[in-house]
Design a protein around this ligand. Structure first.
Ligand SMILES: Cc1ncc(COP(=O)(O)O)c(C=O)c1O
Length: 426
């Protein structure tokens, strides 16, 4: 399939302009060995990308290369391999810096996942700045990993968790957001893209609103990084979290971006090797940023694999990735909207790669199980966003989420699978 692609235009990564170009989806698919697999006797149709993405051969090969040629512990060694491994790790940091357009590579901290990135900020910046009676502002569409770390902090500090409401389309109600930014608000934490609804939030507008009141903003970019052009300087956010495994990289590696001045002022997150410059029983002096936040041996092969994923995405062009997925989403929305007794959950004007739906009288788990029999992988459940389910009055949805290798033919297969679900439950 060769399609016209569009350029993302706004700082939020949403798409609005057109330019001519092509997307050779079959060539892209051939980069992903697992897509050749069969599932339950059918050609695999993988539509569970929001949970985790598949890995291109370039990433798999690079991890093998690292272990075959460069593996050693980093930073502490003077020997040849340790130097090579250290250079691999720091090259990965520079690649992430370019990918998110940070000002400097030292603003990139390697962590385990987006979850750990958010916990790091809550437990360091949060514990210093949030006190009794203060407020942390999140939104009603957050993933549990951008709710619970703040709840833990608020419980410990006797602070209040405030929640900005969303409308029936699954969009933030901006008029109601601004008044929630009060004199006691110490930090705003919101998702760039909702995993349950697909909504792309107007992050740069929210950052501007919060900064007008001197409130920092953490952006959970776990679902944005695989789909949109990320520019932390254009967004002007203070922290940005992402997960390697959702952006075609390996599991076990994630990133926290933070503005240098904030990172320098924050206490460490965990104690251990590498995060210190000197230790005695009387006093420990911490290492400089980013090492202050990277205690212990990090996931070196994970960073190397993430670097390969970033190179892969950059070669394809994130603007083209975004445009291809935008086209898939538009096609899937149109096809699924035509199915009787199917209700789409999340119909925001600005969306990325996610279609959540429920079917009248059929539980989402049954939908998922029958689709699985057809070789189609979707996720069913509350998607770690139980408050979202409550707002829409459902306990679970089926969620098809798209990646750069998906095709319109796979969406046609999904539609046939849904018809099959209806037949089984007729
Ligand atoms: C919006 C969002 N934030 C955070 C996360 C957590 O990511 P991880 O489990 O990789 O830490 C997810 C995972 O699904 C997510 O969708």
């Amino acid at each position: 399939m060769s399609t016209a692609v569009k350029l993302p235009a706004s700082a939020n990564g949403a798409i609005s302009q057109e330019f001519s170009g092509t997307w050779d989806v079959q060539k892209v698919r051939s980069d992903f060995p697992i897509l050749q697999e069969r599932a339950r006797g059918h050609q695999l149709v993988y539509l569970d990308n929001a949970a985790t993405s598949q890995k291109p051969k370039a990433v798999i090969d690079e991890i093998v290369r690292y272990y075959q040629h460069d593996n050693a512990n980093i930073h502490r060694g003077v020997h040849y391999l340790s130097e090579k491994a250290t250079e691999d790790f720091e090259a990965a940091r520079r690649a992430v810096k370019r990918f998110v357009n940070a000002k400097q590579a030292n603003e990139i901290i390697f962590v385990r996942s987006a979850t750990e990135a958010i916990n790091l900020v809550a437990q360091t910046y949060g514990r210093v700045h949030v006190g009794p009676g203060d407020e942390v502002l999140i939104t009603a569409m957050e993933h549990h990993s951008n709710i619970v770390p703040w709840q833990l902090l608020c419980e410990e500090k006797q602070a209040k968790l405030r929640v900005a409401p969303i409308n029936q389309e699954g969009e933030l109600i901006l008029d109601e957001f601004e008044p929630l930014l009060g004199p006691r608000t110490k930090i705003v934490a919101l998702g760039h893209v909702s995993n349950a609804l697909g909504t792309i939030n107007p992050v740069s507008e929210i950052v501007a609103m919060a900064h007008a009141k001197n409130i920092p903003v953490l952006v959970d970019g776990a679902q944005a990084a695989p789909h949109l052009v990320i520019d932390v300087q254009a967004l002007d956010c203070d922290f940005y979290a992402l997960s390697g495994h959702k952006m075609y990289g390996p599991t076990g590696i994630g990133v926290l971006y933070g503005k240098m001045a904030l990172l320098e002022a924050m206490p460490p997150y965990q104690g251990g090797g590498d995060m210190i410059s000197s230790v005695s029983f009387e006093k420990t002096v911490y290492n400089k940023v980013p090492y202050k936040f990277e205690a212990g041996t990090p996931d070196m092969s994970g960073a190397v694999g993430l670097h390969a994923a970033i190179d892969y995405l950059s070669q394809l062009g994130m603007n083209k990735v975004a445009a291809h997925e935008h086209e898939l989403l538009a096609y899937a929305t149109q096809r699924l909207s035509g199915i009787k007794d199917l209700r789409l959950i999340g119909t925001a004007k600005q969306k990325a790669g996610v279609l959540s739906f429920v079917m009248q009288g059929i539980h989402a788990h049954d939908v998922g199980t029958i689709l699985d029999q057809e070789g189609i992988a979707v996720r069913t459940g509350h998607h770690c966003a139980q408050p979202v389910m409550e707002i829409f009055g459902v306990d679970a949805t089926a969620r098809a989420s798209f990646g750069l290798y998906n095709t319109k033919e796979e969406i046609d297969a999904l539609v046939r699978g849904i018809q099959r679900v209806k037949e089984v439950f007729a």
